[in-house]
Design a protein around this ligand. Structure first.
Ligand SMILES: [Zn+2]
Length: 303
């Protein structure tokens, strides 16, 4: 009897000690308020001061098991994408989305290079044939009348999207792809063209507004972060914001190392790509189409 009581007491003490040790661990290493998952990497002390930044970021979350999703998108089908971007991405095993305009000089003259890029798993996204924009918006004096979406009919716009899909299918042999609104515009002849895109594209990217949050994602107006003369720290801060908020950050690039009014230097772009590579414990970096499919499969879009 007394042995049994002694045994019970020892068992109780053991349980109490175990609970005490749990409390002391949780007090010593508090998790960030509002974090969805307990971040494994937070529990591992940084080996060196350089590693500290990496280990403090979330490692797990709703994006294919990672804390944030990153999509890199490059607009307008430029030679700098082929020459300055693709080799770097391939070197880091990062795949991206290229929203090409069907009649861009580079597409016309270097179609074999664009085909090769698609063969490597990058997405060729639809960005129309001639890149029409709404001339009625402020600062749009440069829009030519035959490329003015205000002068288009919806049928004309729909035909152009189909033509671009046909051209891109000849390059990548695919029938599914995402779309990027030219100049971010969503009207032709004064009428919405969003339903046309909903019927022809897997998802569509807008411009200029930050990052996407699970549960509030509009697949046909993906929030994006447009890059123009930014420094590397600002771009990295956007990635960190994505990680901290379990967001999807879609970067929009035009020129990389020149040849476009909207541009980023090659060194800044390279620093961002290297940063994404370093942070892969926290990030899922993929083409827009793969992330869009994942959003639908996992119900992360706006219900
Ligand atoms: Zn464009």
């Amino acid at each position: 009897m007394s042995d049994s009581i002694g045994g019970s007491m020892r068992y109780l003490l053991l349980v109490l000690c175990f609970v005490c040790s749990l409390v002391s661990v949780s007090q010593a290493q508090p998790t960030a308020p509002g974090s969805i998952a307990i971040e494994l990497l937070d529990k591992i002390p940084a080996a060196t001061s350089e590693k500290k930044e990496v280990t403090n970021l979330k490692a797990t979350g709703p994006w294919n098991g990672k804390a944030a999703a990153i999509a890199l998108s490059y607009d307008d089908g430029l030679n700098t994408h082929l020459d300055n971007v693709v080799p770097l991405l391939n070197q880091h095993n990062i795949r991206a989305t290229f929203y090409v305009t069907g009649t861009s000089h580079s597409i016309v003259t270097r179609s074999a290079d664009w085909k090769r890029l698609a063969d490597l798993g990058h997405e060729l996204g639809n960005h129309t044939m001639v890149h029409p924009c709404m001339g009625s918006k402020p600062g749009r004096e440069w829009v030519k009348s035959d490329r003015d979406l205000d002068n288009y009919t919806r049928a004309q716009f729909a035909n152009e999207v189909t033509q671009a899909n046909t051209l891109l299918s000849a390059l990548d042999n695919k029938t599914r792809r995402t779309f990027a609104y030219t100049c971010g515009d969503k009207k032709a002849g004064g009428e919405s063209i969003v339903d046309i895109i909903q019927n022809t594209a897997v998802a569509a990217r807008g411009v200029y507004r930050g990052y996407n949050v699970p549960g509030k994602i509009d697949l046909y107006d993906l929030v994006a972060y447009s890059v123009n003369s930014h420094d590397a720290e600002t771009l990295k801060a956007q990635v960190v914001k994505g990680i901290e908020n379990n967001g999807l950050v879609v970067f929009v690039f035009h020129g990389v190392g020149g040849t476009h009014d909207l541009d980023v230097s090659q060194s800044v772009h390279q620093e961002l790509i290297e940063y994404l590579s370093e942070q892969q414990a926290s990030l899922w970096v993929a083409p827009v189409i793969e992330i869009a499919d994942y959003i639908v499969e996992n119900g992360l879009n706006k219900q």
